[in-house]
Design a protein around this ligand. Structure first.
Ligand code: IPD
Length: 332
């Protein structure tokens, strides 16, 4: 079945199912935290490195979600972080078919430390496009959700972005100054001079340093934040709480739901890597499996620009200050 075969009515039904599923799965995450607080132990296994971990909770919650989806929508494809990680391929498996792209526990490291930024993340895609997103962070009881043409919401009652009246604020005229930058240290910790870790840090410092410094690259952002959950980073961009999210290295299940929500809220998502000419290169839509993401919050018009113009200006200002990241991906 192709996208065009799904009517808005069918999408609405899938959306309601996904919201309910997200809430139930999030409750399971919370139950496990409560059990730990009461003294239960927790098994943690390493995947690719000591910072790439999986708990029994990730696996149990993925099975719970997968079983519910297979029962309700047996013709849909399912891609989950934990079942994917057990496979041999690192290829990009999403095609035009209706596909659920799920991270049962995004922010696993946070979860193991009981740092509240963990959540379940459920994306639904058709024709490669994330059309439904549900993110539920149970410790904070925050539910982010969206469906194409239905808006993006916090707890089903506050429309995103949060500041809408009298209009969505434009991006600052001197962005990235006055912006909150969200970024992640990631899991590639190789301490090699030109590795991703060093390239990220150089980019963070460029964006943070005072204006006029670093050969003109100093961006003097208002603040730098790392939530430790890519999908929540995107939800916070959709809220308008973060202005910019720049990240490389995470995977489609880390971003599918967050991108759906951000796009529906009016945000922009493109590639993290600066093109040869950042001033004039076209600003293309992000490729979901590219592992390279630059997200800009929803923006309204100012006296001299449309919201989209201010988003594109901000993209170019970020591109001028960041290093190219080296994350590869067969088939994306
Ligand atoms: C991780 C988080 C983190 C990002 C990593 C992801 P996980 O997901 O989203 O913010 O920097 O790249 O792998 O492992 O907690 O599901």
């Amino acid at each position: 079945m192709a996208t065009s075969d799904l009517s808005q009515g069918q999408l609405d039904e899938i959306y309601a199912f996904a919201v309910d599923l997200g809430r139930q799965a999030g409750q399971l995450l919370l139950n496990r935290v409560e059990k730990r607080i009461a003294g239960d132990s927790q098994s943690v296994e390493e995947k690719d490195s000591a910072v790439d971990i999986v708990t029994q909770t990730d696996e149990d919650v993925e099975i719970f979600i997968r079983t519910a989806i297979e029962k309700k929508y047996p013709s849909h494809k399912f891609l989950g972080e934990e079942s994917y990680a057990k496979g041999q391929s690192r290829g990009y498996l999403i095609d035009e078919q209706p596909t659920w792209c799920v991270d049962p526990l995004d922010g696993t490291v946070n979860f193991t430390h009981i740092f509240p930024m963990f959540c379940v993340s459920i994306g639904f895609l058709v024709n490669h496009r994330p059309v439904i997103g549900v993110i539920y962070a149970p410790f904070q009881d925050q539910l982010f959700s969206s469906c194409v043409n239905r808006g993006a919401w916090l707890n089903e009652k506050s429309r995103l972005p949060l500041l809408q009246y009298p209009s969505v604020p434009p991006l600052p005229a001197n962005a990235p100054s006055q912006c909150i930058l969200s970024c992640e240290w990631g899991k590639d910790r190789r301490d090699v001079p030109d590795g991703n870790l060093h390239r990220k840090i150089e980019s963070f410092v460029n964006l943070a340093a005072e204006v006029g410094s670093r050969g003109g690259k100093g961006g003097m952002v208002h603040g730098v934040r790392s939530l430790g959950s890519a999908t929540l980073d995107l939800a916070y961009v959709a809220m308008g709480s973060f202005d910019i999210w720049w990240e490389g290295g995470c995977w489609e299940w880390d971003v599918a739901a967050g991108i759906a929500i951000l796009l529906e809220a009016g945000g922009l998502v493109t590639t993290a890597n600066p093109p040869e000419d950042p001033d004039t290169a076209p600003i293309e839509d992000v490729r979901l499996g590219s592992r390279l993401y630059l997200a800009i919050r929803p923006a309204g018009p100012s006296k001299i620009e449309t919201g989209r113009q201010s988003q594109e200006r901000t993209v170019r200002e970020v591109w001028r200050r960041v290093r190219e990241l080296a994350y590869t991906r067969p088939g994306a």
